[in-house]
Design a protein around this ligand. Structure first.
Ligand SMILES: [Zn+2]
Length: 475
């Protein structure tokens, strides 16, 4: 079903009565019905004000320096004008309209990934990682050839739809699975990735929210807590409610919940990360054509920013903009947008040293739910970014395996890596998987690796070059 197009209303004098007349259609405050496009000043200070005031910022266009704000009712419309913003126009959206039926419901995602396992039983493994608040399965698919490659494989995670209305993100993750499975044994690069690593896909983190989108609330973003919802991507414990980058007001789009990690969906993701210890993560969102890396609070950079940020920049430069003018851009949330606290990527990076990125796919031309005809060009445009991460597993870094004299995996070791751009201030359990292995992406240089088990520490000096260095540690 094609979305109806609405003319931009240039004059607020026209926009106000229009918006008010639409209010009667909104059966409740959760049914969004208009998007205001706002011209930002060069420092984008308006974004911080809007975010701090609890507005639902749908996306930005950093090239034209505009932001799209969801107006959830006439009060929103009036107060957005009262802020003295430069409103370029207001576009109505039919929030009751069901998205293009080719996008995926939770049931359709389940069917597709179950088919993968039937079609590629040697490559695809499916498991329920846990249940959503309403009892739906949150599915994870592991793609690897168990029979090939190294015994201790590094893990990479690609996940989508923390936010329910961002339906294109599911397509990107499903395309990743399709691409890997259908090209295995045909394309040598794909074959190597699937042989040598465990690629996990979580196509729908928020299936309850998705069900809302498919039942007449197409701007639904959060999970189904109460009748207001919690923003799962503000609910992670690192800096939860920590820097004004989320809201304490349940009706706000970025409501962070009653407590850190209060939501089942957040807990499922955390347990999964703790179990699998990914080297990389991409969390797909929409829209804005940007790549975001840790940290989300004002002025803070990742401890290993010399590793984190160039990879984010390279991914951004690998994705062409939808409108053909340049590429995606990269930065921290506070550099590109506004403060964000309690996000998944910050928690993954800080607590588990996952190199974790958020990619906001599609432009403001597409919005959250463009016609499905935008799907193919979008998923293809993003492929260079996730493929770049899979290639990095073979490049500069250290891959280690800790075992005892009998060759049994040691899983209770802590690993600290000291040297250039390292977490030397936070030695602790670092990327030790349940199979005794760890994998650290590092820039070329000299490092000291310290492995501690039961109070005993072994130090190794390692020189890292362009290729990953293997470390076999008997303890
Ligand atoms: Zn999002």
């Amino acid at each position: 079903m094609a979305k109806p197009t609405f003319a931009w209303l240039r004059a607020m004098a026209v926009a106000v009565p229009f918006v008010l007349s639409q209010s009667a259609r909104a059966a409740d405050e959760q049914k969004a019905f208009a998007i205001a496009k706002i011209l930002l000043t060069p420092d984008r200070a308006e974004l911080r004000r809007l975010s701090a005031a609890g507005y639902d910022i749908a996306g930005v266009n950093l090239k034209s320096n505009t932001a799209d704000i969801i107006l959830q009712g006439p009060r929103d419309s009036l107060s957005v004008m009262a802020l003295g913003l430069n409103v370029l126009g207001i576009r109505s959206i039919d929030s009751l309209e069901i998205p293009d039926s080719n996008y995926k419901t939770p049931e359709k995602v389940t069917e597709i990934i179950q088919n993968w396992v039937r079609q590629y039983p040697n490559l695809a493994h499916l498991e329920s990682l846990g249940k959503s608040l309403n009892g739906r399965d949150i599915w994870g698919v592991r793609i690897t050839n168990e029979a090939s490659g190294p015994a201790k494989k590094p893990t990479v995670l690609f996940n989508a739809e923390h936010h329910a209305r961002e339906v294109m993100t599911v397509e990107v993750v499903l395309d990743t699975g399709d691409y890997l499975l259908s090209n295995y044994g045909k394309d040598p690069k794909v074959t190597k990735w699937v042989d040598d690593s465990e690629i996990w896909l979580i196509p729908m983190v928020n299936p309850d929210g998705s069900s809302q989108v498919w039942s007449g609330k197409n701007m639904w973003r959060k999970n189904n807590r109460g009748n207001y919802g919690v923003d799962i991507n503000r609910n992670y414990p690192f800096k939860w409610s920590g820097c004004g980058g989320s809201s304490a007001f349940p009706w706000a789009a970025d409501y962070h919940g009653a407590a850190a990690a209060s939501e089942p969906e957040t807990q499922v993701m955390m347990q999964f990360i703790q179990r699998t210890q990914p080297v990389f993560n991409i969390s797909y969102h929409s829209y804005s054509e940007i790549v975001i890396y840790p940290y989300g609070c004002d002025g803070q950079h990742a401890e290993t920013r010399d590793v984190v940020e160039p990879i984010g920049q390279a991914m951004a430069e690998s994705i062409p903009s939808e409108t053909g003018d340049g590429t995606y851009r990269a930065g921290t949330a506070w550099e590109l947008l506004y403060d964000v606290d309690g996000s998944d990527i910050d928690w993954m990076y800080h607590d588990h040293h996952v190199l974790a990125y958020c990619i906001e796919v599609t432009s403001d031309q597409s919005g959250f739910q463009p016609p499905f005809s935008h799907r193919q060009s979008t998923v293809e445009s993003v492929r260079p970014a996730w493929q770049l991460l899979l290639d990095k597993l073979d490049q500069s870094g250290i891959r280690g395996w800790v075992h005892d004299k009998q060759g049994h995996d040691v899983t209770d070791a802590s690993v600290a890596i000291k040297g250039k751009n390292s977490f030397s201030d936070q030695p602790g359990v670092w990327r030790i998987k349940q199979n005794g292995s760890f994998h650290a992406i590092l820039n070329p240089g000299n490092y000291q690796v310290s492995i501690t088990v039961n109070g005993k520490t072994i130090n190794r000096d390692v020189t890292v070059g362009d290729k990953v260095a293997s470390l076999d540690i008997e303890i």
